[in-house]
Design a protein around this ligand. Structure first.
Ligand SMILES: CC(C)(COP(=O)(O)OP(=O)(O)OC[C@H]1O[C@@H](n2cnc3c(N)ncnc32)[C@H](O)[C@@H]1OP(=O)(O)O)[C@@H](O)C(=O)NCCC(=O)NCCS
Length: 217
């Protein structure tokens, strides 16, 4: 399991408009700044943390053997090496295993933290990338998401990926949606991973200007 979920330690996934990179300590100050926003705390059901706690959390996530976290970067900005990586950050996405007896079941979380990047198709692009990565690299077959009942945008987005309502918690005011990846869904929605590139993060970061031509999705 350890090997399975730390598989992304040096993985970069390049899509059409975004680049996904493993969450590391350099990203923490910006991440912390985002999570001070009461709006994001509410939308993601998160508690406010101090900067120090955020560093601890990043270390825990990195070492956690059942969690796989990527930071979402603006691909166009990131292609310019004069822009610090922190300034290219737009959100995060992660997959974690929730049932020790079933490694094919994962919960998914996504956040486009920077408001001006929302509503432009990035959420859909990243969700598809992450689900494809989960299916093809981690062997995930069932995905679940927990969403605040009034987060209509997120609910609508996941329904586009064939998620259906599994349960509603009145206590937590959230709905759990889920999808099982059967053959038809894999073929028609997720296909293979050809629409994104997988590269080594360390090397790609050291030569950021290389090979960045827009991909059509
Ligand atoms: C929810 C979230 C991930 C969606 O990502 P996004 O980049 O804003 O969404 P996209 O532009 O990819 O749109 C995806 C779908 O969401 C819905 N949507 C997006 N913006 C919308 C809006 N303003 N009004 C209604 N529906 C909207 C649509 O169904 C859209 O699909 P379509 O374009 O094919 O119609 C993003 O808005 C976000 O991170 N918000 C804050 C944190 C959060 O709510 N996270 C989810 C917690 S579970």
């Amino acid at each position: 399991m350890l090997l399975i979920m730390r598989i992304n330690e040096d993985t970069l996934l390049e899509g059409g408009n975004v680049v996904l990179v493993p969450y590391n300590a350099d990203h923490v100050p910006r991440y912390h700044q985002w999570m001070c926003s009461p709006e994001l705390q509410k939308l993601t059901a998160s508690e406010p943390l101090t900067l120090e706690q955020e560093y601890d959390m990043q270390r825990d996530w990195r070492e956690d053997d059942d969690k796989c976290t990527f930071i979402i970067l603006d691909k166009q900005k990131w292609a310019d090496p004069s822009i610090p990586e922190q300034e290219c950050m737009v959100g995060d996405v992660n997959i974690f295993l929730t049932d020790p007896s079933d490694p094919s079941l994962a919960e998914l979380e996504i956040m486009i933290a920077v408001p001006c990047y929302r509503g432009k198709g990035l959420g859909k692009e990243v969700t598809r990338m992450m689900m494809c990565y989960g299916i093809h690299k981690l062997g995930i077959r069932k995905f679940e998401v927990k969403i605040g009942l009034d987060n209509k945008i997120s609910i609508a987005m996941f329904k586009k990926f064939h998620f259906r309502e599994l349960s509603v918690s009145e206590v937590f005011q959230e709905v759990t949606l889920g999808v099982t990846v059967n053959e038809a869904l894999q073929k028609h929605v997720f296909g293979n991973m050809d629409f994104m590139l997988q590269r080594e993060y360390g090397k790609a970061r050291d030569s950021r200007q290389a090979t960045f031509t827009p991909l059509s999705l």
